[in-house]
Design a protein around this ligand. Structure first.
Ligand code: DQA
Length: 148
């Protein structure tokens, strides 16, 4: 069965209470539930994980190889800094959707650049928690197109 890893990075465990005017009031638990519901409705599986540590995120990406068919990654602030996460995605060669709750291009200049985007299949940002099910659907659609 098709399976995706839904991976969230630093500070996303605080969702619900963290700057709700920017990130909304949906908690990470709510988001993970939405992902499982979406996967169920599409007949696929998802595994969800979150870490505040860059190396742990790298290890989650490595462990996805041979287990998952793609990754939805909200790398949080590491998006803007992490060559290691970019290299991990390139290394496992799994199709990856970069995701952000907020529209990073409408925010501070340091958020406009992503280390991940250049190796991602696509980027979804600015739709809040609704971006997660969108990303799952888009990733599945892209895989189905590839399979022909
Ligand atoms: C974020 C955007 C990042 O710039 C920020 O550091 C985050 C969350 C988002 O989901 O909007 O932690 O990835």
């Amino acid at each position: 069965m098709t399976s995706f890893l839904i991976l969230n990075g630093p500070n996303l465990n605080l969702l619900g209470t963290r700057q709700p005017e920017v990130y909304g009031r949906t908690t990470l638990d709510d988001i993970e539930r939405m992902c499982h519901d979406k996967a169920g409705s599409l007949g696929i599986e998802v595994e969800t994980a979150q870490s505040n540590h860059e190396g742990t995120l790298v290890e989650h990406i490595h462990a996805a190889r041979g287990v998952h068919d793609g990754i939805v990654l909200n790398a949080g602030a590491y998006t803007h800094t992490s060559v290691a996460l970019r290299d991990a995605i390139t290394g496992v060669a799994l199709p990856t959707v970069e995701l952000h709750l907020s529209n990073i291009h409408a925010r501070e200049a340091f958020r406009h650049h992503s280390m991940i985007a250049g190796v991602a299949l696509g980027v979804i940002c600015g739709f809040g928690a609704a971006g997660y099910p969108l990303a799952i659907e888009a990733l599945l659609g892209a895989l189905e197109d590839r399979a022909g």
